[in-house]
Design a protein around this ligand. Structure first.
Ligand SMILES: Nc1ncnc2c1ncn2[C@@H]1O[C@H](COP(=O)(O)OP(=O)(O)O)[C@@H](O)[C@H]1O
Ligand SMILES: [Mg+2]
Length: 340
């Protein structure tokens, strides 16, 4: 195995702004979260690349908070691609439902090793993404107790520990970056109630903006009140919040990213020799509808597919069709054929 290669620290080559530029190609909006994540990742991999360490820099695992379908998972997947490190996803809910939490965690790390092509050194610099972390909250119920158990188990590997994988290998999690994510429904209320910056209240709009930002910041004590154990919350020092997507952002998501839904279906139809043209108004209609569904960008694809299915059904039987125009979500598509 190429030692040089396995020891490389990809983040060193990409500055935070370069990482954000890469994000921008795939993820719409969420500028704050993009910057926060880019800085953490840059510092993390930069630290690993240092020749000698005089000052021990602690690892900054990250917590992503935000409504469903706003790009948390997408941003992490994009990140892993950007910096070229092995990346795995785990789900906190299924960890909590398992009887054998430690075995489940081992399985996650084994998958990471697998993604690294069996290169242990590479895996030990990878990223583990744990979704639905808010489902581990403890409230005293039966289910919550298992959540707390999982928090303790995760705490250990997030701090950094050698974990045995099978009988022959062990993986050191010290330099693995953990990114946790969750919707944390109800946290806004806790955060709003625990902040007292309001009394500074000032007339100027700029100052108000700063206050609003301070007020919307999530504190570790808020997470504790929400139901995370303090040690666990303490292991997630960096918090990035994701905002609800506006109609305008939903519209952009359909057309702007490199692999946008529009581009994907244009490609599919191009392979059939058909040009797809959708008028701007249609995207507005879809965005409007998706906004009502309140699941972020998650409903976009479903609505889009429903609209496009009749087209995909017809075109393979009718080779004379060379173009399809969709003018409205509520009108039949127009098929343009070769002149006879
Ligand atoms: N900000 C965004 N920019 C581009 N696409 C997005 C964005 N947010 C969500 N999407 C789309 O919605 C899908 C679901 O988003 P995901 O990242 O899984 O949401 P969650 O925040 O629940 O993890 C993604 O696969 C992507 O297609
Ligand atoms: Mg997700």
């Amino acid at each position: 195995m190429d030692k040089q290669n396995s020891q490389s620290t990809p983040g060193k080559k990409m500055t935070p702004s370069a990482i954000v530029s890469y994000f921008d190609q795939y993820v719409i909006g969420q500028d704050e979260a993009k910057k926060t994540l880019a800085v953490v990742v840059y510092s993390h991999y930069r630290k690993l690349g240092r020749r000698q360490s005089t000052v021990e820099i602690a690892k900054s695992n990250v917590l992503l908070i935000g409504p469903t379908g706003t790009g948390k998972t997408l941003l992490c997947e994009t990140l892993a691609r950007a910096i070229g490190v092995p990346f795995v996803t785990a789900n906190a809910t299924s960890l909590a439902q398992s009887k054998y939490v430690n075995e489940e965690i081992e399985a996650v790390l084994l998958r990471l090793l697998d993604r690294a092509g069996g290169d242990l050194a590479k895996a030990e610099r990878g990223i583990v993404f744990i979704d639905e972390i808010d489902k581990l909250k403890s409230t005293g119920s039966q289910r919550a107790t298992s959540g707390e158990r999982v928090q303790h188990a995760l705490l250990k590997i997030m701090e950094g520990a050698p974990v045995r994988l099978g009988s022959t290998q062990s993986i050191d999690t010290t330099h693995i970056l953990f990114i946790c994510a969750g919707a944390f429904v109800g946290l806004e209320t806790i955060t709003a109630n625990t902040h007292a910056f309001g009394f500074i209240s000032l007339a100027e709009a700029d100052n108000q903006k700063i206050l609003d930002r301070l007020n919307s910041r999530v504190k570790p004590t808020d997470l504790f009140e929400f139901g995370l154990i303090p040690e666990f919350a303490g292991r997630l020092p960096v918090i990035a919040t994701f905002k609800n997507l506006s109609k305008d952002m939903l519209l952009k998501i359909m057309v702007e990213p490199r692999n946008s839904i529009y581009n994907q279906f244009r490609e599919i139809l191009k392979n059939e020799g058909v040009e797809l043209s959708i008028e701007p108004r249609v995207f507005e209609q879809i965005a409007e509808l998706a906004f009502e569904y309140k699941v972020g960008a998650r409903s976009l694809r479903g609505i889009f597919e429903e609209m496009i299915t009749p087209v995909l059904y017809v075109t393979p039987d009718r080779p004379e069709i060379r173009k399809v125009v969709i003018r409205s979500l509520f009108e039949d598509p127009v098929f343009i054929t070769d002149a006879p």
